[in-house]
Design a protein around this ligand. Structure first.
Ligand code: AHG
Ligand code: MN
Ligand code: MN
Length: 345
């Protein structure tokens, strides 16, 4: 019988008597329970009617898959029973104001990595918990640094819950026999130097110079100014990239680019970048737009997109330097790469 602490025991130990913390715990426990139900669906796939079929488009114009909608329903049902002021979801056009006087509000991406559903790749759920301000409708126009908690679940070979309450990062693994999350990693720290980058390289021709210069420097390997050979990964699920970075380091980039609609990248500030940035910083990493710390950003609109570059702190700082010191970027992006681009022709 494994002796790991359960999620409930860990939450109790971290919360103490503080009523706000206890409200956060109740929401985390409900989200964890909902994620077990979503995990049951993802691991049964087509046998549970999960086909990845499009069901329409959400307000952000993204194709809405069957599991996006079912995951959203499961999470809203789990949270609807709690004293929560405002719900915000990638799959809902507007805020859902439930009980304006309740102490906390929750934003979530019910199913991250939707394009991977029918290809049996890891997908996930991301959530952010904010204190409810006096005007509840302003719950998600606060800086990311106001978050009380953030987490994500990866529905992969293991179903893993990553959680921060502002006191470090814990990793819990779902014990399928007892159907409980058990603590399998605590005070997680991201290695400060990485030799692995994650970016959708097919978009290189659309990137700004600093991003192109940084990636080209990685690709020049030990011969280049970075002096190290790099590996590359791109899974197409933010949660899977983030989990890998927490375990072995790395830098993830979804920058803004020249494509129409991608000027601010693809990821949404309120329910993807803010929670991820909180977790990554709590694990000793960095999270930036290239020019600004993500946790300093105040959303103007609910589904606002933001460039997200996060991971090992030294790599993030190098990329930020390239944004603020264009001569470095120009130097790296020397004629050697001027016409040839990312891959040797
Ligand atoms: P979602 O499925 O919630 O829209 O999120 C998908 C995001 C993120 O998980 C991933 O990193 C990124 O989209 C992949 O984007 P591309 O398909 O443009 O590579
Ligand atoms: Mn997502
Ligand atoms: Mn999603």
């Amino acid at each position: 019988m494994s002796q790991e602490l359960t999620l409930q025991q860990r939450l109790e130990a971290l919360a103490g008597p503080d009523p706000l913390r206890r409200a956060v715990n109740e929401a985390v426990a409900a989200l964890a329970q909902a994620s077990i139900e979503i995990s049951d669906l993802t691991c049964r796939g087509a046998l549970a009617g999960i086909t990845g079929q499009a069901r329409g488009r959400n307000t952000d114009g993204d194709v809405q898959k069957d599991l996006d909608v079912r995951a959203d329903d499961i999470i809203r049902a789990a949270l609807g029973r709690l004293p929560i002021a405002v719900l915000a979801s990638e799959e809902m056009a507007d805020l859902d104001i439930l009980n304006a006087n309740a102490p906390i509000s929750v934003a979530f991406d019910p199913l991250d990595g939707s394009s991977n559903i029918n290809t049996n790749m890891s997908v996930g759920t991301i959530f952010s918990i904010m204190p409810t301000p006096s005007d509840a409708s302003a719950a998600f126009t606060q800086p990311g640094s106001a978050q009380l908690a953030a987490g994500f679940v990866v529905y992969g070979p293991q179903t893993s819950l990553v959680l921060t309450l502002g006191q470090g990062v814990d990793i819990f693994t779902l014990d399928r026999d007892s159907r409980e999350y058990k603590l399998t990693g605590s005070t997680v720290q991201i290695p400060p130097n990485a030799t692995e980058f994650a970016i959708n390289a097919s978009n290189r021709r659309h990137w700004d110079l600093p991003v192109r210069a940084y990636i080209d420097e990685c690709l020049m390997g030990a011969d280049g100014m970075g002096g190290k050979d790099f590996n590359m990964r791109w899974i197409g699920s933010l949660v899977a990239e983030a989990f890998r970075i927490l375990i072995r380091g790395g830098i993830f980039l979804y920058p803004g680019d020249a494509r129409h609609g991608y000027e601010e990248g693809r990821l949404r500030l309120v329910y993807e970048a803010h929670p991820m940035a909180f977790i990554i910083e709590q694990a000793g990493g960095g999270a930036t737009t290239g020019r600004q710390r993500v946790l300093d950003l105040v959303p103007r609109t609910l589904h606002q997109r933001v460039p997200l570059i996060m991971g090992s702190i030294k790599n993030v700082q190098r990329l930020e330097h390239m944004h603020t010191a264009p001569d470095v970027a120009l130097e790296t992006n020397a004629p050697l790469f001027g016409h040839r681009g990312l891959f040797r022709v």
